[in-house]
Unconditional design. Structure first.
Length: 212
């Protein structure tokens, strides 16, 4: 699968893709199947490794047949970053413009290895728990009995995705004038929803760094 990626929307910063995968870890995982692709929605954690772009770790339910298609196929993990509607009324010449949508996304490509070892599977499960619980005032922990933990681990299939290729698309008004970009940023900052505010922040960081 290929991503339509005009040069103006390439972030030009390898760290930008890693930041998006870290900040927005809930991904859409796609793997080819016989009749149609398998699709799952899962949190994935980016970890450094010997692979050129790192390794993603995660798990799916053992009852989910998706994992049975990992062997011998290359999967794609789609990370959805900030996104927001852009009104033509925000541009310098609104009568000549049309509505659009600004967004940032990362497509990570690579083979997936199923983790068969129970201890390694538990380690991946604990890493996910730590990632999402560590910043809480009272973090939840895997403090249940070993039998209960073993049952949990047995109900999942942990995996590692070796990232071979990354396509990052940051469509953040880079194809517009700096004046129009600033007008879009300021308009988004004035919107009430958090998605618009997040998109404005990413525009300041990656579409117009001089404005930050």
């Amino acid at each position: 699968m290929s991503l339509y990626l005009p040069r103006s929307f390439e972030p030009g910063d390898r760290a930008a893709a890693a930041r998006l995968m870290h900040d927005h870890p809930f991904a859409t995982l796609l793997t080819p199947g016989d009749a149609e692709p398998h699709v799952s929605h899962v949190p994935l954690l980016l970890q450094p490794s010997c692979e050129p772009h790192g390794t993603l770790i995660g798990h799916v339910a053992r009852a989910n047949p998706h994992w049975k298609r990992f062997a011998g196929a290359e999967s794609i993990a789609v990370f959805h970053g900030p996104h927001a509607y852009v009104s033509p009324s925000w541009y310098t010449e609104p009568a000549t413009m049309v509505p659009t949508w600004n967004y940032a996304t990362v497509h990570a490509h690579g083979p997936i290895d199923v983790v068969d070892d129970a201890a390694a599977s538990r380690s991946i499960l604990e890493a996910l728990v730590h990632r999402f619980e560590s910043q809480r005032e009272s973090p939840w922990e895997l403090a249940m009995s070993e039998a209960s933990v073993d049952a949990l681990v047995g109900a999942i299939v942990a995996f590692r995705m070796r990232i071979r290729r990354v396509d990052a698309k940051f469509k953040l008004s880079q194809n517009r004038s700096r004046d129009d970009r600033m007008r879009v940023i300021e308009a988004l900052e004035g919107e009430a929803d958090p998605d618009s505010a997040a998109t404005a922040r990413w525009m300041r960081a990656y579409a117009d760094p001089d404005a930050s």
